[in-house]
Write a protein that binds this ligand. Structure first.
Ligand code: KIV
Length: 272
């Protein structure tokens, strides 16, 4: 049986063993109890309470506005629905970048108030002090390199990162730095597939890709994208497994028509 198949609970050590055995890691986002319960029941390894909640749950254009309180709320809801998966919660913009003490107290709040198992932070050398400080409290940290959406106003675009040699070199150095600092895994977002392969070979901790090709240790997608709820978002890397936008629209159209025509509720759908 596979390592993930044997695990009653997925831990950071399970993920490390999976990398060593060449077993791919699966990760998806969730932001609420019902979705987390379905995804966990289906056997996902890692659930990310992503700050993409800012986009898909709150309707913001970026991940910048979401707050620590919002992230803790989403993580609390997810934790209640999960038995097996490792739950990682994003640290939102502005809660860890400037001051490592603030980073530690934000991470402690996430762990204590939500019950999540780990936190994720975006960035490399610029935030390594915050990562080190969080790790001193025994809180597992996942890194995030490449396209880092919290820095959208610095980059000005969501296009592929690290195509140039200089940025690619820094990304590999940052990955090694995050491993040395003690991160248990690194998300690689929207970078050339060949660079993702080089990073994956350069570190002993698992890499989880999104728009980073196949030569990484695992894959992550935003659940609303995979299910086709966000139908207007069509990046090259995305594979849609359902078209829920059209399915839901069809169901709601049918309901409206059934109510208006007095087809719903019928005899069997009433109490006597
Ligand atoms: O917030 C998020 O959903 C993420 C994934 C895209 C990795 O960080």
């Amino acid at each position: 049986m596979s390592i993930a198949g044997k695990a009653q609970k997925i831990t950071t050590n399970t993920l490390l063993s999976m990398k060593q055995a060449g077993e791919k890691i699966t990760m998806l986002t969730a932001y609420d109890y019902s979705m987390a319960k379905i995804i966990d029941g289906a056997g996902i390894d890692v659930i990310l309470v992503g700050d993409s909640a800012s986009n898909v749950m709150a309707g913001n254009d970026t991940t910048v506005p979401i707050t620590l309180e919002h992230m803790i709320y989403h993580a609390q809801c997810v934790v209640k629905g999960v038995n097996r998966a490792l739950i990682v919660c994003d640290m939102p913009f502005g809660t860890y970048q400037g001051d490592s003490k603030q980073a530690l107290s934000s991470a402690i709040r996430i762990m204590k108030e939500s019950g999540a198992h780990a936190v994720k932070l975006e960035g490399g050398s610029e935030i390594v002090e915050s990562i080190e400080r969080i790790l001193t409290a025994g809180i597992p940290v996942m890194g995030h390199l490449g396209l880092t959406p919290q820095s959208i106003y610095k980059f000005g675009t969501y296009s592929v990162r690290a195509r140039e040699d200089e940025e690619a070199k820094k990304l590999i150095e940052d990955a090694k730095l995050l491993e040395k600092a003690g991160c248990f895994s690194i998300v690689l977002e929207k970078i050339p597939a060949d660079l993702a392969r080089r990073v994956t070979e350069a570190v002993n901790i698992p890499t989880i890709g999104i728009g980073a090709g196949a030569d990484v240790d695992g894959q992550v997608l935003v659940i609303h994208d995979l299910l086709g709820i966000t139908h207007e978002f069509n990046p090259r890397f995305l594979r849609r497994y359902l078209n829920l936008h059209d399915e839901i629209t069809g169901a709601v159209d049918q309901y409206i028509s059934d109510v208006r025509s007095e087809d719903f509720p019928n005899e069997n759908e009433r109490y006597s």
